[in-house]
Write a protein of this length. Structure first.
Ligand code: FAQ
Length: 344
């Protein structure tokens, strides 16, 4: 024992030696966890909340899922605006159900993000102070009833195209939430198409209203898929991790190819003179998206950004009493249960 202590150098060195041994052990544990994580990803398996995951994977998921959740709840606003003005009882009932569904999607998604260790309050704070992103598409106004149909047909159509591959996302809770979301989005897309079909079989004024709405929304829907692959900083890593399965450009192309025949059935023109079938590629070519406008909107300067955020903040503040009442009720129930257990 003594001889050993004689061998120990002075000062901080012993602590450093212990730390080095500990660090090496920690490194080994970390390496093993990383190897296991990589193996699950390579085997196309699922990562679950209690599994070890790299910090960057967790951060990416919180970023994407919270942005997605915010998009769903901000996305209630452009159409919610038309509930009191729907042209018939049937259309009103459908629209109420659809807008409620979007709220529900937001809730599943916030819950999925919470499993990663971020609280709903943190996510909502980020939205309310304007730090968090949400989909560019919800910063445009809904000027006529035809906009509601076009949102269903094109915006929900684009959302499904992007979300079907997310049902195979490597993070279990997100993938499972997306299965139900996609089923509901598919109803949303159909109701939009059907509402437009009814208008296109109506008067010349109704047909013109539909065409005008399509003209205003088409390019914004193409931009929804995100920047071109070459300018998409998150794509490569997102695809490596099995979060993203199909690239922004490939999804955009799939959307164009699927929508052109639907536009023919409706009898509307898609507002792009460069839109044509390319036999060689087996896809439609399409024109240039205005990326400057897209980034201006994403960065807070679209036509309705300020209005959307102000409405969300007000809704959250107006709902404070409901959250307080729910908490007080839960507390009362817990106290009552504890008293009953004590008495038993
Ligand atoms: N708007 O590197 P990437 C719906 C941002 S739900 C705003 O390509 P990533 C249902 C992006 O966040 C619609 N920002 O990023 C509904 C990133 O910024 P960051 C929402 C956008 O993540 C219908 C930066 O640009 N759907 O519509 C947009 O790999 C009707 C660089 O981009 C989802 O959220 C955009 N359009 O790919 C509700 C689906 N695009 O975070 C009501 C899940 C990109 O680095 C009514 N999300 N950015 O600062 C995704 O699939 C992906 O996050 C993408 C972007 C594809 C949106």
């Amino acid at each position: 024992m003594y001889t050993q202590s004689f061998n120990v150098p002075d000062g901080a060195a012993p602590a450093q030696a212990v730390a080095a041994v500990l660090n090496a052990a920690q490194q080994q544990v970390l390496q093993a966890a990383q190897t296991k994580f990589d193996a699950v990803i390579d085997a196309d398996g699922k990562i679950e909340p209690k599994d070890w995951m790299p910090d960057a994977y967790r951060k990416t998921l919180v970023r994407q899922i919270s942005q997605h959740a915010h998009s769903e709840i901000v996305g209630m606003l452009p159409e919610g605006n038309w509930i009191s003005r729907a042209p018939s009882l049937k259309r009103k009932a459908i629209l109420i159900a659809k807008v409620q569904d979007e709220g529900g999607h937001g809730l599943y998604l916030y819950s999925a993000a919470e499993t990663l260790g971020t609280s709903r309050d943190q996510m909502l704070d980020a939205l309310h102070i304007g730090r968090a992103k949400y989909s560019s598409i919800f910063n445009y106004p809904t000027l006529t009833w035809a906009d509601v149909g076009v949102i269903g047909w094109l915006v929900d159509g684009a959302a499904i195209m992007n979300q079907i591959p997310l049902c195979r996302c490597s993070y279990g809770p997100y993938a499972r939430a997306m299965v139900r979301v996609c089923k509901e989005e598919s109803f949303h897309q159909r109701q939009g198409f059907e509402a437009l079909l009814a208008m296109m079989q109506g008067s010349a004024a109704q047909q013109a209203m539909v065409q005008d709405a399509v003209n205003r929304w088409w390019w914004k829907c193409l931009a929804m898929f995100g920047p071109p692959d070459a300018d998409s900083p998150n794509s490569v890593q997102g695809m490596r991790w099995g979060i993203k399965r199909i690239s922004n450009d490939d999804l955009r192309q799939k959307f164009v190819d699927a929508t052109v025949p639907q536009a023919k059935v409706l009898g509307v023109t898609l507002p792009d003179p460069d839109l044509k079938w390319n036999e060689e590629r087996g896809h439609h070519d399409y024109g240039q998206i205005d990326w400057d406008e897209f980034w201006a909107t994403v960065n807070g300067n679209g036509p309705c950004n300020k209005e959307r955020l102000a409405t969300r903040v007000k809704a959250h503040e107006d709902g404070q009493w409901v959250r307080e009442a729910a908490m007080a009720h839960a507390q009362k129930q817990a106290t009552r249960q504890a008293q009953q257990q004590e008495a038993a």
